[in-house]
Design a protein around this ligand. Sequence first.
Ligand SMILES: Cc1cc2nc3c(=O)[nH]c(=O)nc-3n(C[C@H](O)[C@H](O)[C@H](O)COP(=O)(O)OP(=O)(O)OC[C@H]3O[C@@H](n4cnc5c(N)ncnc54)[C@H](O)[C@@H]3O)c2cc1C
Length: 385
Amino acid sequence: MNFDLTEEQKIIQQTAKDFAENEIKPYADKFDKGEEKTRFLDNLKNLSKQGFMGLNIKSQYGGAEAGSIAFSLVVTEIARVCASTAVTVSVNNMVGEVIQSVGNDKQKDKYIKHLNYGICPAASFALSEVNAGSDPASMKTKARLVGDEWIINGNKMWITSAPYADFFIVWAVTDENKSPKSGISCFIVDSDAKGLEIGNPVEKMGQNASSTCEIIFNECKVKRENLLGVEGDGYRVAVGELAGGRIGIGSLALGIGLEAMEMAARYSVERVQFKHKIADFQAIQWMIADSFTELEASRLLLLNAAYRKDSGYSYAMEASMAKMYATEAANRASYKAIQIFGGNGYTRDFPLERFYRDLRVTTIYEGTSEIQRIIIAREILKKMI
Ligand SMILES: Cc1cc2nc3c(=O)[nH]c(=O)nc-3n(C[C@H](O)[C@H](O)[C@H](O)COP(=O)(O)OP(=O)(O)OC[C@H]3O[C@@H](n4cnc5c(N)ncnc54)[C@H](O)[C@@H]3O)c2cc1C
């Protein structure tokens, strides 16, 4: 088994690292406080111009065609400095991949290119509703075909990037008489569509520069040709694409966890108590050893899931394992990093408290840890029958 990155992957990783250090890190704290909003969006467009919004997208649509391992590496490097930027990169890549996988040539040409030539900062993946989170099959948003238009009614909740999204991938029930597996369809809705309203951003614990909103469809009309993929196939599309997105969220958590623990390890060799560096105490060493071990295991799980995706193997279970493990391990690591920093870790003088807040949601969105465990157990148990 070869764990070496290719030359191309190394270059992409280094380019992402340089961009993160030079263009994002100096502003990350301000982004968290709701400042420098224009810079946040400009950074996203510049990341797009470098191919980072379409890492697994074909070059004919402006993508980097670099694969899912490169995607994981980029999200990790950006998350080391700013989770809000990293989650937008992850969702944008996921949106592009949905269109690449089921869209027609016209849709691919228009919408994926928008995401990959720096034309827009973001697009949104609108699946969840207030009463349909872990169970998206219970969604209530509906679409009906009238003449040459689909008319959408309903509400979506928690939609990342909604205020600055150029377009939305939206799931809606198109046939109530069928089961969700054949009664839900998927649409592309432009941000200026009549009848689409964006709610105010939700006030969150972390990832504050990334806006999360309700979106409301009130007799929202989209052209017939905005149906994405086959009518009734939407649920399968959503479930399939979420697996790839989970590699992104696990990679995001890994980046924050690594950065937090590296800061803590450096601090431990500088901070002196009882006339010793705190790194001399076994209690501190064990926190460092446990966290780096768990983060390394996370990295390998993520690379394995990404490798399987790139190789055309099934990867949904591996992506769930990687997402569940990496997000939980990174949450533990950031807890320990603050512990190693003592009182300093609890202050806003250091970015650890932001990391801690930013990490918390990673075990919740794109499928909670409980849902990942259900997916993993289901895959294992079906082989036992
Ligand atoms: C910041 C943020 C950004 C988001 N961005 C997006 C986005 O861009 N697009 C989008 O579509 N959605 C988005 N989401 C929604 C996110 O995916 C959901 O919040 C998530 O899937 C959980 O759904 P829920 O919040 O309704 O929780 P619920 O489904 O109500 O779950 C509540 C609790 O019950 C548990 N639970 C539920 N069912 C089971 C079960 N069968 N067995 C065991 N436990 C169970 C859950 O694990 C959880 O602990 C975002 C959410 C947040 C917080």
